[in-house]
Unconditional design. Sequence first.
Length: 674
Amino acid sequence: MATENLTLEQAKIEIAELQPKLQRWAQEYYENDAPSVEDSVYDVAYNRLEELEQQFPELVTPDSITQQVGANTKADLPKVEHPVPMLSLGDVFSLNELNEWIGTTEKNLAQKTEYNAELKIDGLAISLQYEAGKLILASTRGDGNIGEDVTANVLQIADIPVELNEPVSIEVRGEVYMPKAAFADLNEQRERDGLTTFANPRNAAAGSLRQLDTKITKQRKLAAFMYHAVDAENAATVQSQSDLLLRLHDLGLPVNLTNAVITNEEELADYITTNTETRDQLTYGIDGIVLKVNDLGLREELGTTVKVPKWAIAYKFPAEEKETIVREISWTVGRTGAVTPTAIMDPVQLAGTTVARASLHNPEYLYEKDIRIGDTVTLHKAGDIIPEVGQVILAKRPTTAVERYAIPTTCPVCGEELVHIDGEVALRCINPFCPAQIQEKLTHFASRNAMNIDGLGPKIVQQLLDRELIKTVADLYTLTVDELLALDKFGEKATDNLLQALESSKSNSVERLLFGLGIRTVGAKTAKLIATRFGNLNAIVVAKAEEIAEIPGLGLVIGNSVEQYFSETHAQELVQRLLAAGLNPDYVNGTIVDELPEFTNQTVVLTGKLTMFSRQDATTWLEAHGATVSSSVSKKTGILIAGEAAGSKLAKAQELGVEVWSESDFRDTMKKHS
């Protein structure tokens, strides 16, 4: 219904329905990095709310989502105040709307002007502060006024320089994103591990940048483009946006130089058309273009609202969707027993490729979408990469699809009964001898982050299983030269390399073995924490759930999972066979070499930028001398070691009366005990 036909009471009712829905969707998108609806659905609802509030301004409240920028910050990350707010951009969805915005802008300026058009990167807004050319702080946008300190994670992004080409002091802003290839690899790995996949690269980038573990951030292969400088005329010594991009590039910052200076409607239409047609060929995701007044002086004249700059606007690409028909739903079994549904559909051309399959993730997702065999559905690519079912076109539902799709009760591979474990959405096969799980577990066991057995990929694993040479991971260590030479396309060199890789893997620190066993809920980081706490595999095998739950960062869910795994007879037998094969049972990397009184039973926190040694080296040394290294300050913290630009953690430590050391203090202590 058009807003002009609404009464005040009708508008009030509609706003009351839209507000909580939009707040929930925004929280899922910005804070949880897990949206439940497509961007286009959110945009339609948001634009409707804006229309209602414009027609009935008396109904606008301070807590309305239209009055907010971004979202709240993550509780575990230090907070950063932005002296100059990081604003959002207004959106338009057609060329006509874009030209109307240009008309309004030039009317406000009382003159014609030129614009700089840039690709709208689908990522997470970031601010970088450099002093005398050195990076001292990186922060997220947050709610526009308060963001999160993500300096440690930004240092893991290869694109972003720690030191500029010139010793200038400048605050630059831009976008951190996840390249398409890295996003696809990440979701494939998460699918194999039985974890929830990311909806799109933007949410994957946000979740990666806001990690508390910098090693995870580094593994995610993030990248960045910078496009703005606070006080650009003075800090960057330029007069226009197009020149600013060149200046940032000269300083050594990552810049997307696909921009164009626009002087008329024809040039604008050509820029949009060209980039709409070629977006699928890019290695990164874009969801539109951004148009900015090019002259920085005129931008100052236009100013901003509380939420958006008046000198810039985002044109959003329409979501590319196709309709297709669901012909079948197939189910696959992962290494942790998670049974995942996949929609098999009539093939359609979408974002440059032919698509006929889309993951439906879990039974709950399947029921939420209410997808039935024969349904016509909309299909799009999340982040231009991963096929995803949007919604069912109920008007086209066939009369034969009268009942909901029946979720299977038995494993499609081994036939054993499937179960729902409390607190999980996944449906699982818990038969440890399920052939599908065995293949996935063997591949996982050999993977880089587990036992790192080079040359043992999925195809070789499949051959070994087909020839009945292996049934469990322990059988890998009994393989012979003759058995391997009999494999297809597997010669002497490949055989020697694989046997050497197997032999080398025996000396791995035990956390790799623990992770490689594929215990549900136990990732690489969790495995290391458990190995650090118990020291060797025999102690882990008999550990109680409550003991594991006491490890900082873990809990009873993980504790119960580990205890349950090792309580099974087949797991105990597997451990004994692995130990008999000569695999190392001990935690090697963090062995306490010299427990020191300064650090025994002490919780130590590192904060700020360390210049004398890496954070990882400091952590390793502290753990080797009896300390527990934590990422957050609390009443249990014994020592805070503060590097350069130490922020809220230092303030909190001082407030709690925690002993504070400088980096020099720590270095001197290390020397004393060297």
